[in-house]
Write a protein that binds this ligand. Structure first.
Ligand SMILES: C[S@@+](CC[C@H](N)C(=O)[O-])C[C@H]1O[C@@H](n2cnc3c(N)ncnc32)[C@H](O)[C@@H]1O
Length: 282
């Protein structure tokens, strides 16, 4: 199907409203290859017509189809590696030390915002079992959320294909935390019991998720407009405990968002502590 400037306008307006993702004029090919079959299936003669149908039909299924098609779910285990080092050797022990003696000393809540098919959340779970001594004594909850229903459904299964398991995991970690299952690999229950996945749009309120000690919000805000991105990280900081550790993607930086988002370094990894008490610098 041919993609006209009017189609791009209609689809990019729709996608910004649905999930905050910004598509510029150069994304005609993306519209065509990801939404072409959906437009045909729903009898739309143009992408403009598809955008109108999504907005006016009230069909949740059609909206879901479009969101699943337009979102980029690329992910892998221990992506970029160094954030997981900073998590294991800095954020995790310091968070547990800071909580010692408090009424919530044994509770640890971590959010994988934009968890895609679950590899990030599973990597966090494995890190906890590897690095938190006697982790069974703690009440650990890793919440993974994503706007893509398909990705959340896959993450909840805890099952990964051979080519996925080969991205980011050593043979030792595979042997310890995964079991062969149905031609692929299933993550063991000890890890799965720490994880909970749910559908959620980051543009919508998320206070109902509760507060988090550590947040991973990686490789999603890069697709948003600058205003949506700035507002998102501000809202994330509001659901984080003090001081809180925030990890973003390796190509992302939050320094333009003001002094609360000054970067901190651990070895080669950058993280943020948006709720560090005033005047404290570490
Ligand atoms: C490239 S993946 C990143 C996955 C993982 N965080 C990582 O770094 O490997 C981006 C994810 O963001 C999700 N996403 C995009 N817009 C979103 C929104 N408005 N709310 C929640 N998730 C969104 C997509 O569905 C996709 O799974």
């Amino acid at each position: 199907m041919q993609v006209t400037p009017a189609d791009i306008d209609a689809i990019s307006g729709l996608i910004i409203d649905l999930c905050g993702i910004y598509l510029d004029e150069s994304k005609g090919y993306l519209v065509d290859c990801r939404l072409g079959s959906i437009a045909e299936k729903h009898g739309c003669k143009s992408f403009e017509e598809l955008a109108r149908k999504v907005r006016t039909s009230g069909s949740f299924a059609l909206r879901t189809e479009v969101i699943d098609a337009i979102t980029t779910n690329e992910t892998l285990f221990f992506r970029d590696n160094s954030p997981f080092e900073a998590f294991a050797y800095k954020a995790l022990p310091e968070t547990m030390d800071a909580k010692a003696g408090s009424p919530f000393a044994n509770r640890l809540r971590i959010w994988s915002a934009a968890s895609s098919t679950g590899q990030e959340a599973v990597s966090i779970g494995i890190s906890i079992l590897e690095h938190l001594p006697d982790s069974h004594r703690f009440d650990v909850q890793i919440v993974g959320t994503d706007i893509s229903e398909r990705a959340v459904e896959r993450a909840s299964r805890g099952w990964f294909a051979e080519h996925e398991i080969q991205r980011g995991l050593s043979p030792q970690i595979i042997a310890k935390y995964f079991r062969p299952d149905n031609g692929g690999w299933r993550v063991i229950d000890e890890v799965r019991s720490l994880l909970k996945f749910q559908h959620m749009n980051l543009l919508e309120p998320f206070n109902h998720l509760g507060r988090f000690d550590i947040v991973f919000c990686r490789n999603v805000a890069i697709y948003f407009t600058p205003e949506t991105r700035a507002r998102l990280f501000q809202r994330i900081s509001e659901v984080m405990t003090e001081p809180g550790y925030l990890f973003v993607g390796s190509s992302e930086s939050l320094s333009d968002l003001g002094p609360r988002f000054m970067p901190h370094l651990h070895c080669k990894s950058v993280y943020y502590r948006p709720n560090l008490p005033q005047g404290v610098r570490v």
